[in-house]
Design a protein around this ligand. Sequence first.
Ligand code: FAD
Length: 347
Amino acid sequence: MQSQGIIHGGIKYALNGLLTPSANAIAGMPARWQSAMQNAEEVDLKSIIPLSEHHYMFTGKALGSKLTSFFASKAVRGRMEKASSTNTPDIFKHSLFSGDVYALNEWVLDIEQVTKALVTPYQDFALKIDEVDLIDHGSEIQIEIKHNHNQFKISAKNIILTAGEGTEALVKNLDKGVSWPNMQRRPLHMIAVKGQLPGLFGHCLGSGSKPLFTVTTLSSDDGDNVWSIGGDLAENGIDWSPEKQIEHAKNVIQKNLPWIDFTSTQWRTWHVNRAEPAQKSLIRPDTAFSFKKKNLTVCWPTKLALAPDLSDQIIELNQLNQPTPDFNLPDLPVAPIAKPYWQHLFN
Ligand SMILES: Cc1cc2nc3c(=O)[nH]c(=O)nc-3n(C[C@H](O)[C@H](O)[C@H](O)COP(=O)(O)OP(=O)(O)OC[C@H]3O[C@@H](n4cnc5c(N)ncnc54)[C@H](O)[C@@H]3O)c2cc1C
């Protein structure tokens, strides 16, 4: 529930001027999400209204010639275009803005709406429990859940484990004879700003191969906007105090968006880890990941955008056609959908 909700098509990973495997694997994802949202193809996501039908790339100053020619190249055609005077977002229509804006063919979604759309048809299966464990019986793995001092065991032909960062602990006690996949954590020190801010969905480019910062916007019930800020700013400053992280973020953001008035805004930070299959040198994995042994599939999508890639893998690994529940669930209350993380930050 902490994702910025950008359905990446991979352009962000091509800022060094090359379409890397990572950019290629993810390229088909926006179209699959969009067809699920427009035509309920594969999954019915019609209830989701995109926060923005484009994510943007912008620069504080005009782009260097290397990036300009890459952005004009055949490789990225159809995936992004230079914003024209009519489709430039309002935030950039200011005399102090002297950079370039590119519109990416990437929708930005409200992760709370995504969760609701995915969970609602299966709400009865989402149980509110105190604790869950996986028990290895040799040939079969069983789920053990605890609630209000009661214990229940669930057997199933296929168990798909998608517990994000919680996966590591759940897999730890399983059969040591199986090389269950190891997990890596890539930490972030994210920043949130709340106030009378304009909407912004964009990667701010600097001279490096990663965006300086990435902003998405959510609206708060009191009429304010909340900017969720990631990118390089959040990948750095992991050990910094919130005060230091905020001071640094303010400097970088004000330098690149000097006309935005932050006088009455509230700034917060929070720590979160990206949980992924372990890679050499903690690099970012290129695709979704899944691994099956016995009746358990361990997986990490590694990106929200890659969820369709992950579901393809799970369907193939488990030879699922039209999945029907093959287990009996205990009679327990249904779990509510969590509130968006940023609401807790500004209480
Ligand atoms: C700050 C941030 C921004 C991001 N932005 C983007 C983005 O814009 N676009 C993009 O494509 N990707 C983005 N990502 C990556 C993306 O959010 C993740 O890849 C995705 O959320 C992983 O989904 P998941 O369901 O596997 O794990 P999670 O979203 O982590 O969900 C796992 C769930 O399992 C539950 N759980 C864990 N352990 C247990 C347990 N023992 N018992 C019961 N429940 C348990 C957790 O409470 C959680 O609800 C972002 C990640 C972060 C951290």
